[in-house]
Design a protein around this ligand. Structure first.
Ligand SMILES: [Zn+2]
Length: 273
């Protein structure tokens, strides 16, 4: 696997990572030229970083910073490894929430990336948008020309999970809507290939979540009180039982959103419409 050019100032290498199937890799993006920033070192194989650094070095380039979209394990699994391989300490920059969460386990991080205008190590301007919902400190990075590195906001391999405890469906939907208004030329997700029809994809994501909410509401109306597991089994009948727990967590995320909107309420061990 070698670095692949996407557009000027943006390269990618997909690295095997401890992510959720069916995804098996996390895209590590390299931003800028010369003095570059590496985004989301989520792979857990040292040799992949050795090779990436060799390629950069061969081109006379140097890693001058590591930027994170969010704190999930499949985005930071290689952080320590990469830091150890670099000849000098470089700033690891993330949202303040992400820095607070990761510093105890991954060493010092700078929590100085927030929504607004930023600058890459090579001087390229970058737009930073805070997009909470999948993770509280989630950020996306906009390069000149409307090219956005979007972490786990969308994916072309696998699905985006919104955890009922640390995630928030209302925030996620709002973040997707803000992303839609960027009129991005392309989105570069952490899992899968780039997306050129950005607005169509984002509209589809938003519609899909509302469709799911409606499905749950309908199931509660027709079948009466149910818990998350029975709702998950009804709504995802094709799912193998070992991932039913994850599906139930997704259902709970929706139920919490519905509760806030008066569409569902707790009833004993389950939920009713
Ligand atoms: Zn994630």
């Amino acid at each position: 696997m070698s670095l692949r050019d996407l557009v000027h100032g943006l390269r990618v290498v997909a690295i095997p990572s401890p992510t959720l199937p069916p995804a098996t890799h996390t895209n590590t993006y390299v931003l800028g030229h010369g003095e570059v920033a590496v985004v989301d070192p989520g792979g857990d194989r040292r040799e992949d970083y050795v090779r990436m650094l060799e390629q950069l070095r061969a081109g006379g380039e140097r890693v001058a910073g590591i930027w994170l979209t969010h704190h999930h394990g499949d985005h930071v699994a290689g952080l320590k490894m990469l830091r150890e391989l670099l000849p000098e300490d470089v700033p690891v920059r993330a949202h303040p929430w992400t820095a607070r969460d990761l510093t105890p386990r991954h060493g010092p991080l700078q929590g100085d990336l927030e929504e607004g205008e930023g600058t890459l190590p090579d001087g390229t301007p970058v737009r930073i948008l805070a997009t909470p919902g999948h993770a509280p400190g989630h950020l996306i990075f906009g390069l000149p020309g409307g090219h956005w590195v979007v972490g786990d906001m969308v994916a072309t391999v696998g699905t985006i999970l919104i955890d009922p405890v640390e995630g928030d469906l209302a925030q996620y939907l709002e973040s997707l809507e803000r992303m839609r208004q960027l009129h991005a030329v392309a989105l570069y997700p952490a899992h899968g290939e780039p997306i050129e029809a950005a607005e169509a994809l984002l509209s589809g994501y938003i519609a899909h979540r509302h469709m799911r909410t409606q499905q749950i509401h309908q199931a509660l109306e027709t079948e009466g009180i149910q818990d998350e597991i029975s709702l998950a089994a009804r709504i995802y009948p094709e799912l193998p039982t070992d991932v039913l727990g994850l599906a139930a967590a997704q259902i709970l995320t929706h139920l919490l959103w519905m509760e806030r909107h008066g569409l569902a309420r707790r009833a004993g061990d389950g939920w009713s419409a």
